[in-house]
Design a protein. Sequence first.
Length: 607
Amino acid sequence: MVIKSILKQYFGYDSFRQNQEQVIQTVMDGGDCVVLMPTGGGKSLCYQIPAIALPGTAVVVSPLISLMKDQVETLRANGIEAEALNSSMDFTADTIVRRKCMDGTLKLLYISPEKLLSELPFLLKQIKVSLFAIDEAHCISQWGHDFRPEYTQLDVLKKEFPGVPVMALTATADKVTRQDIVKQLGLTDARFFISSFDRPNLSLSVKRGYTTKEKELFILNFVKARPLESGIIYCLSRKNTEKIDKFLKSKGISSVVYHAGLTAMERNQAQEQFKQDYVQVVCATIAFGMGIDKSNVRWVIHYNMPKSIESFYQEIGRAGRDGAPADTVLFYSLADIVQLSQFAKESGQQELNKDKLRQMQEYAESGVCRRRILLNYFGEQMDHDCDNCDVCDNPPRRFDGTRYIQMALSAIRRTGEAIRTATIVEILKGIPSPTVRRFGYDKLVTFGVCSELSTNDWQDYLLQMLQMGFVEIRYDQNNIVKITPSGEDVLFGRKSAQLCVIDRSTKEEPRKKKRLHLEIPSITIPGLPPTSGVEDAKLFEALRDLRRQCAEEEGFPPYIVFSDKVLHALATIKPTTLEAFGYVSGIGEHKKNKYGTRFVAVIRKYV
């Protein structure tokens, strides 16, 4: 079959992953489709293989210049003709790309939605388009409504090119987003292909109510325990990215900062340093990551809670793209919820975004397996616990917290339910702040009723009360706190309630379960027995050094030469001939001929 020979020749794989072959065949037959696959699940192959097989040029709509650059470099490294057309190019480069399109030598053209619309009457009408692929298609729904309206105009593709198949691809889209994608693209008869969202190689952990100092100490211990592993720290604000970057550098850890407030040159430089493995950590806002195909990111930390499960899943998906074990940690606090609720209120889709935030809160507060919650959100059920999240490893401990909850609810009721969380804590601890004195709250019987608890503990308990539905924050009334009917049941003694024991350990607890190991399949070479073995750690490091040399010679990031997964396979299988080298999964014909001799020479030294 043509598509299987392309898979082996250019990408070095013997078989397709879940749904890939069916998606490719649908497009080859001229059909439209919506493809949902997890990050690292092989979405790109779904349009790259038909692009190679079909006559003409595949047009790939991509949201970021950095993402286009990464994809183009990866394709060229595999011997495939690909280019990008975007606003960063000079006249000469622009002209060369257009000529390649016109003479039919270009198999894939990456383009932004804005550039696509402007070129629709010109370049795209003059070339043979084999297919349209809308990459990161969740942007159609999540960005199009708020600040990138060109995404809502992509239905023009079906109107202007009715016979050309359209494929929408994303790693994160709930049912509402999926339907919005179909509607915005004008796809009336599209097939849906939804692969498993499970990423079993990612460990999941949540840390609640940490102070700034506690977060910093945890991050420091976490990063120092992984001296050779690349990672990303996501923050809600630019200020926090710069603060954490400064803190890490003061402790001798190589890091860079990335946010929209930097110049384009500064952002590109930070991104390149991280991609090339010149720095270990990038401290970034959500502006960073979508354009990164870096397969050897080994961990992701969220300094603040994301706005939705889609965003969270997308961001943790940047770790462990090669299938090897990777860690994720989420910090969150009451302040995060207040800030994100304000963002949701000010957005173009207030109710939808408030609902997404509520579901993110439920994930963070969960007392059951976190992976099951994630999968259930995307419409996928798992009938067992994952044994690779903090809840599975260390189930939360609880105690009868009725007395503390009643104290807090009483303080709220006695003020006429007109105060915010900070004032509640001041009353309970007996702090005579200007607000407390001005309104006479220091005369209440609840003033100082439980001063022995710290401010942080009270904030944590108030957060738990919010999650359990005993109180609600009126974000449209200056964030004042109101008691719910469920809260009144506890306040008046009709019901009791439990609270979780607070844990702010700044060191990781030893995992009860062994971390997942990367499985290296044996290879079969005609005329020889199956080949496998035990990984040689020193050989892996030698191969990594050679990969870095090759990357520097060509100006590529190291992972574009070969992924960590391929290096692990080489260090395990240890092929000593060029033929055996070419049989290793992930090594296509082009890369075998280009790099094989040098890598085999290094392997022979160790064997």
